[in-house]
Unconditional design. Structure first.
Length: 118
């Protein structure tokens, strides 16, 4: 069982930056592919970015490429999402995801609200 706790969501003006953090419980964090997803009101949850267990491979949604950076610190059981040049359409609840590749089990955090508005 993995528990995920996100933090860092806030209200920010367009063009601003935020860094989200996700702290994972358990000693096997380095074995999980980690990801960030988001869900805006009235829309389906969508992939934002993922990072491989070792941190060498990342993947981004086209809508955030060049603006967002996912990273992880396995010594701290934490994954980050640096969000730059934020736009109003980035407004959503952001969820942290842990994916056990061996058995295809996914774990989710409770979400953190990001609002981009002037």
């Amino acid at each position: 069982q993995v528990q995920l706790v996100e933090s860092g969501g806030d209200l920010v003006q367009p063009g601003g930056s935020l860094r989200l953090s996700c702290l994972a419980s358990g000693s096997i964090f380095p074995l999980y592919r980690m990801g960030w997803y988001r869900q805006a009101p009235g829309k389906q949850r969508e992939l934002v970015a993922t990072i491989s267990p070792g941190g060498r491979s990342t993947n981004y949604a086209d809508s955030v490429k060049g603006r967002f950076i996912i990273s992880r610190d396995n010594s701290k059981n934490t994954v980050y999402l640096q969000m730059n040049s934020l736009k109003p359409e980035d407004t959503a609840v952001y969820y942290c995801n842990a994916h056990n590749i061996a058995n295809e089990v996914h774990y989710w955090g409770q979400g953190t609200q990001v609002t981009v508005s002037s």
